[in-house]
Design a protein around this ligand. Sequence first.
Ligand SMILES: Nc1nc2c(ncn2[C@@H]2O[C@H](COP(=O)(O)OP(=O)(O)OP(=O)(O)O)[C@@H](O)[C@H]2O)c(=O)[nH]1
Ligand SMILES: [Mg+2]
Length: 393
Amino acid sequence: MRVKKYIANNMPEAMDLIRLDLGPNAVILHSEKVKQGGILGLFGKTKLEVMAAVDTDLLDFPQKPARNGDHAIQAMRDELESLKVAITQATQSRPALPAAAPRVASLEDWYQRLIDQGVSQTLAHDIIQRVANELSRWTLDNQGVLNEHLHWYLGRQLPAPSPLTLTPGQPHVFFIVGPTGVGKTTTIAKLAAKFAHAPYHKARVLMITTDTFRVAAIPQISAFGEILGIPVEVAYTPQQLNELIARHSHRDLILVDTPGRSQRAASEVAALTDYLAAVPNKTVHLALTAGSKQEDMRHTINAFSSMPLNGLIFTKIDETASLGAAYSMACECGLPLSYLTNGQRVPEDIEVATAEHVVDLLVGSVPDEIRSTRNGASPNSVSVLNRRYSYGA
Ligand SMILES: Nc1nc2c(ncn2[C@@H]2O[C@H](COP(=O)(O)OP(=O)(O)OP(=O)(O)O)[C@@H](O)[C@H]2O)c(=O)[nH]1
Ligand SMILES: [Mg+2]
C-alpha cells in the first residue's frame, strides 16, 4: 500500500492529481480543509488536504502496457504527463483570492504592529481574530474605519481606569507599593503636589513614609515635602501608621510611601502587609516599571498578590519605546490602571492612564478627522486631575 498526501484547491483538482500520480485505482482515505501560509494560522489560504492510497501491486498500471498496444499506451502516458504539468502550472500561478486581499494586508499590518510593540502573541492573535470576526467586509477594507475600530477595541480590553478621586469629608488613604527603585516616592510627591496645588481646590495633603529601611528614604521624602510645602510624617510600625492616620483624619488625602520590596523576598512583602492591615479604609496601587519584561511583571504581581491591590501605576514610560508588555499585563491581570509617569520632574511628569491615552502610546494616535465616535478624555494630566478633583471648585 502506498499512501500520499495532496494539497489542492478543491476536490476535483485533488482527484486529478491523485489519478495522475497513483493511477485510477487510488482511493481517498481522508480529506480536510487546511490553512496554508499566514501567521499563527491567520491570513492563510484555505486549501484541501487529501490523503490517498493505492495498492502497490496495482501501482504499475501505466508502466505495464498491454502486449499489443505499446504505442497507444505510450501516447496516453505522454498526454497524461503533459496534462499533469499543465495542472501543476495552473495551480501554482493561480492568483490569491481577490476578495480577501485588502482585508489580509490590513489586519496583518495591525498584528505585526502589536507584536513589534511587545504585545504578547496570544493577546495580539486573539484581538486580531476577534476584530476579523466582528467586522463587516466593508469595515475591514476601509483603512480609516479599521484603524479607529482597533484603537477602540484595544482600549476596551483594559479595565476602566481608576485614578484618585476625592470625596469631601472623607479622607482618602492611598498607598503605593512595588519593587525597589520603580519610582514610588517620586510618584507620591507628584500626586501630592498635583492635589495640594490644584488651581480650583487645594486639597489638604499629608505624605507618610513607612520606608525606614533605606538610609536615604526619609531625607528624600522630607526634601520633597519641604520644596512642595506639604507635611511629611514617618511611621516606624503599623501601629504608628494607624495612629498617624487617625490623627490626620481631617486631611483630604494621605499618601503613604512604602519601602521597595523584592518580589523574591516573601518575608519583606509580608512585613509590608502588616502596615496595610493596620489601615482599614485605603486604596493600594502597585507601581511597575513600564519597560519591564512581561514575565517579570507577572512575577511581581504574584509576589504582591497577598495585598489588597486596587490598581496599577506604570512608571518610567519615557524610558521605553514599547508599551506592549505593560499593556498585555494590564489586560491579563485585570487591575485598573491609574497613572503613568513619564519623567523625573515633580510634579509635571505624571498622567492619568485613560484607555485612550494608553492605546495612543501603544500604537500611535488616530488622526483627528476619523476620531469621530470616541469620547476620550484629554491625556493632559493637569486638566484630567483637576476635573476629577472638582468638588468645591
Ligand atoms: N525616567 C524616569 N525616572 C523616574 C520616573 N519616576 C521616578 N524616576 C527616577 O527613578 C529613581 C528612583 O525613584 P524613587 O522614587 O526613589 O523610586 P522608589 O520606588 O521610591 O525607590 P525605593 O524607595 O528605593 O524602592 C529616581 O532617580 C527618580 O527620579 C519616571 O517616570 N521616569
Ligand atoms: Mg522610595
